[in-house]
Design a protein around this ligand. Structure first.
Ligand SMILES: O=C(O)CCC(=O)C(=O)O
Ligand SMILES: [Fe+2]
Length: 489
C-alpha cells in the first residue's frame, strides 16, 4: 500500500472546515440536555490508545509563533533556521559514513550526503528550546503518546545535487533511543523526497517548508527508530535537515485537565486558533491492526456485560460532519466502524464536551450528543429522557479503573459512559500546550469542545428496549420508567 503526503493531509483540511462551520452553534447550545458521564484512564481508553499508535507523524511548526534560532559551526556564524548560510555549513561538513554501530566506510551508491555532528554545532539555546518544546508536545500526542521524552540534536544532514540515502533504519544510540525527528532548514531544493515504510504502510513526506498564512514554516517528521526510511536523490539546490534523537525517559501521567481552572480555557482558545489556521494538525500514519480492533471489541462487550448499555468514545479524527455514513470515516475510525457494525448497534454523532472550570468543582466534564445534519440516524428520544440520574443533586464519587469521577447536579444518562482515550482528536486538542495565549471570548466557567463520537450498544438492544417499554407502559407500572433498569440480553 502506498499513501502520499497529499492524501494524508486531507484530514487537517477537514478539521478546519468543521471548526468554522460549527463554532457559533457550539457556543449557543443549551446546557440542560442530558449527557454522558465522561471517563478517562479506563481499559477501553487504553486499548483505543494502542490502536491509534502511529509509527510516524509530520507537522509544520506553528505559524502563529516566530521560530528561528541562530546556528554556529565551529564558532563560525552559519545563519539561522529560517535563513541558513549554506556555504558555511557545507565548508565544515564531512561525508556521511555508512555502517552500523561503529560507523565505518563511505558508500556513495548507498548513501551520498555530508553531515555535521551536533558537537560541532551551536544553536541559540532559548530559541532552539522553544522549537524542541513544540516538537515535544506534538510527539506526546501522537507517535509517543503518554511518554516522557528527551529530544536531542544528533546531526545536520546536507544533501546537494546527487545526495541521497537508500532504505535504512537508524541505529539506536542508547537503550532509551526510540525515535528520530527531522526538521528541515529553510532552503530550496528539488528531488530529495523523504520516504518512510513500516508494517506495510509506505508514505512520502514533503519535507519542504510549508507556506501557511503567507509564512514559510519548517516541517517536522518523526518516526520510530525501527522505521525504514529513504531520501530520493536531490536534483537541484541543497537540502538541510537537522536530525534529533528521541529518547523515552518515562511515562507521562494523563494531564490533570479536569481540575485545573486556568488551563482549559487557554487550551480551548488555542484549539480554536489552531484549527482556524489550518494545516496544523499532526498527520499520523497508523495501519489498522486487527488484533487491537478485536481487543476494542472485547472491551466493549465486557462493558456491556457489566451493565453499561451505551459505550461511547470519540473518533480518532475530526470530521466535517458526523454521520453514520461509512464513507465519511477515515483511518482507524473507518476500520473500527466496519469491525463493530455487525456485532453491535452503532451510530456516530457529534459530541460536545462541557467542561466546568468553576474553582470548587473537582470534575464536571460531561459529553453531550447531538445531531448536526439532516438524515442523521438517531435513537428514539425516550431513551435519553427516561434515563437520567434523577438523584444526582447529591455529590457523587465513583472510582473505576483508578480514575475518580465526581459529579454534582449534572444530568447524566444512566448505564452509559463516554470513554476518552488520549489519542482521540479531542484529546489531542486538550493536550496541546502551546506557548501563546490568544483567547478573548470567555465563557462562564465552562468550556465546550467539539468532536465526534461512536456510540455502541448491544445488537438489537434498542429495538428490544422500545418493545419492552411499550409492554411496561401497557401495565402502566412506574410510567414506563422501570424499563431503564432492565437489561435485554
Ligand atoms: O536527510 C534526511 O532526511 C535523513 C537522513 C538520514 O536518514 C540519516 O542520516 O540517517
Ligand atoms: Fe536515517
Amino acid at each position: 500500500m502506498s499513501q502520499t503526503a497529499a492524501s494524508q493531509s486531507s484530514g487537517s483540511e477537514h478539521d478546519l472546515s468543521i471548526f468554522k462551520r460549527i463554532y457559533q452553534r457550539l457556543l449557543s447550545l443549551p446546557q440542560e440536555k442530558e449527557g454522558y458521564k465522561v471517563q478517562t484512564n479506563t481499559r477501553l481508553a487504553h486499548t483505543l490508545d494502542k490502536l491509534a499508535d502511529s509509527p510516524f507523524a509530520s507537522f509544520p511548526l506553528d505559524p502563529r509563533s516566530k521560530w528561528d534560532f541562530s546556528i554556529k559551526v565551529k564558532g563560525e556564524e552559519a545563519g539561522t533556521l529560517m535563513n541558513p548560510d549554506v556555504s558555511v555549513l557545507q565548508k565544515h561538513a564531512t561525508p556521511s559514513p555508512f555502517g552500523r554501530g561503529e560507523e565505518t566506510g563511505i558508500d556513495p551508491s548507498y548513501k551520498n550526503g555530508t553531515e555535521l555532528k551536533a558537537r560541532k554545532l551551536k544553536l541559540s539555546a532559548a530559541e532552539h528550546q522553544r522549537v524542541i518544546d513544540h516538537i515535544y508536545w506534538n510527539l506526546t500526542s501522537s507517535v509517543f503518546l503518554g511518554k516522557n521524552l528527551r529530544i536531542e540534536l544528533y546531526k545536520l544532514v546536507i544533501c546537494e545535487a546527487g545526495g541521497h540515502f537508500n532504505w535504512h533504519r537508524d541505529s539506536p544510540h542508547s537503550d532509551a533511543h526510540h525515535g528520530t525527528v527531522l526538521l528541515a532548514l529553510n532552503t530550496e531544493w528539488e528531488g530529495g523526497e523523504f520516504m518512510l515504510r513500516h508494517g506495510g504502510v509506505e508514505v512520502n513526506i514533503d519535507m519542504h517548508p510549508t507556506t501557511i498564512q503567507n509564512k514559510s514554516r519548517p516541517l517536522v517528521a518523526a518516526f520510530y527508530t525501527d522505521t525504514e526510511h529513504k531520501v530520493m536523490p536531490v536534483t537541484n539546490g541543497v537540502r538541510l535537515i537537522l536530525q534529533y534523537d528521541v529518547e523515552v525517559i518515562g511515562e507521562r501521567p494523563p494531564p490533570e485537565r479536569y481540575n485545573d481552572d486556568e488551563k482549559p480555557l487557554r487550551l480551548a482558545a488555542l484549539c480554536a486558533k489552531r484549527l482556524e489556521s489550518g494545516k496544523l494538525v499532526t498527520a499520523t500514519y497508523a495501519k489498522p491492526d486487527d488484533t487491537l480492533i478485536q481487543a476494542v471489541i472485547d472491551e466493549i462487550k465486557e462493558l456491556h456485560d457489566e451493565g453499561t448499555n451505551i459505550v461511547a468514545f470519540p473518533l480518532f479524527h475530526l470530521y466535517r460532519r458526523a454521520s453514520v455514513k461509512r464513507e465519511y470515516l477515515k483511518g482507524n475510525d473507518s476500520a473500527l466502524f466496519d469491525a463493530l457494525k455487525d456485532q453491535f448497534d452503532i451510530s456516530v454523532d457529534t459530541v460536545l464536551f462541557y467542561y466546568d472550570t468553576t474553582p470548587w468543582s473537582v470534575l464536571r466534564c460531561v459529553a453531550y450528543r447531538y445531531s448536526t445534519e439532516i438524515g442523521q440516524v438517531k435513537y428514539p428520544e425516550e431513551e435519553f429522557t427516561d434515563e437520567y440520574d434523577d438523584d444526582s443533586d447529591e455529590e457523587e464519587s465513583d472510582i473505576k479503573d483508578g480514575y475518580t469521577y465526581r459529579h454534582k447536579k449534572e444530568r447524566v444518562i444512566k448505564d452509559a459512559a463516554f470513554h476518552i482515550p488520549r489519542a482521540s482528536a479531542i484529546e489531542k486538542i486538550l493536550e496541546q500546550e502551546l506557548a501563546e495565549w490568544v483567547g478573548n471570548e470567555r465563557q462562564k466557567g465552562e468550556i465546550r469542545y467539539y468532536g465526534a463520537g461512536m456510540f455502541v450498544k448491544p445488537k438489537n438492544e434498542r429495538l428490544s428496549s422500545v418493545h419492552e417499554r411499550e409492554a411496561m407502559n401497557d401495565s402502566d407500572e412506574d410510567g414506563g420508567r422501570a424499563v431503564k433498569k432492565r437489561r435485554v440480553e
